[in-house]
Design a binder for this molecule. Structure first.
Ligand code: AVI
Length: 332
């Protein structure tokens, strides 16, 4: 009989090389998730280089309205945000991504003759962070850029910011939806602590809507989201010497109305055994690996979330089709 997976994992030690530490952490995360009931894999595993490129393609799909809707709101209200936030602000972006939305804000502050006193992009991907930071520094030469390479889901320390600058946190993309509501509240409480009493949070949130729109957004006709989901297995084959046969798993995405979330799964099409990092993982036919949740908010749920984290909605803007919100939150 196979020994419990957790007992066989090597402990992380100070003597290990950084590369070995990354692999051990990945191995531990993956094997932990695959021994749970139901089996799970953490959504952060989507974003290797191929996954990040597939996500960029998702944002351009006709069915995936989120990015276009948020951009529409940001284009319409970036100047309002700059006016409300006022002069001498430090703009802190959680998950700096491609940096398109933040440019709208930086331009809006500059057009009011009060460019931000500092821009602080936070991202776990060192390469992406370095690229965004150098591009923004070149395009906005008077704006000091202080990048922070960190996992923003864990507590983090910010660099010293200009004195008395008002902290404006920016968390776009409805990434808040990828947290379980309890974790989302804990994360927002940390943001609240970071920005202090006079701080502001600009938050992108996908709205709860008809399930047919949501199901299509996460299961597009061209199959790009399916490829994005399956790419996680390809990554495990490469990085953990796994032997997932991608033909024997299928993408499944559906809106769970009771929990108000879109769930993404990888379903085993038949009974099979897969090897991952030297361990056997057995699947029954139809058994799934739960890879992502994307929570959708109505006003009541959003109010409950932000209030529990010590925020207050002062402005709530939506797009013309009323699919997405950008919320301007004061620290209550
Ligand atoms: C990054 N995140 C907000 C996306 C979402 O909509 O939950 C990830 C995604 N998953 C499938 N399509 C897009």
């Amino acid at each position: 009989m196979t020994a419990p997976l957790t007992r066989r994992l090597p402990a992380l030690g100070a003597s290990m090389s950084p590369r070995a530490e990354v692999d051990s952490a990945l191995r531990a995360d993956v094997l932990h998730g695959l021994t749970m009931v139901p089996k799970t894999l953490p959504p952060k595993l989507f974003y290797d280089a191929a996954g990040a490129a597939l996500f960029e393609r998702i944002t351009e799909l006709p069915e995936y309205y989120l990015t276009r809707a948020e951009l529409e709101v940001m284009r319409a209200h970036a100047r309002d945000i700059a006016t409300l936030a006022g002069e001498h602000c430090a703009l802190i972006e959680y998950g700096s991504g491609a940096g398109i939305k933040v440019r709208l804000l930086l331009d809006a502050f500059a057009s009011h003759d009060h460019p931000v006193a500092a821009y602080v992009p936070i991202d776990i991907s060192r390469e992406q962070l370095a690229e965004v930071a150098s591009r923004i520094a070149a395009e906005y030469p008077t704006t000091p850029v202080h990048s922070v390479c960190a996992d923003y889901t864990a507590p983090l320390r910010l660099p010293d910011l200009p004195q008395r600058a008002r902290r404006v946190a920016f968390f776009p993309g409805s990434t808040i939806g990828n947290f379980h509501p309890t974790e989302a509240a804990a994360f927002l409480r940390r943001v609240r602590h970071t920005i202090a009493d006079d701080g502001v949070l600009v938050l992108g949130v996908d709205r709860r809507k008809d399930s047919s729109i949501l199901n299509a957004a996460y299961d597009d006709a061209a199959g790009v989201t399916a490829e994005f989901n399956l790419n996680m297995l390809r990554r495990l084959n490469r990085e953990l010497h796994a032997d997932f046969d991608l033909e024997r798993f299928r993408h499944l995405a559906f809106f769970n109305d009771t929990a108000s979330r879109v769930e993404m799964h990888l379903v085993s099409v038949e009974a099979q055994v897969v090897h991952v990092a030297g361990e056997r993982v057995a699947f029954e036919a139809g058994e799934s690996i739960w890879t992502e949740s994307s929570y959708k908010y109505d006003r009541e749920r959003l109010d409950a979330l932000v209030t529990s984290a010590g925020f207050h909605i002062t402005h709530l803007w939506t797009d013309s089709a009323e699919r997405f919100w950008v919320a301007y939150l004061d620290a209550a």
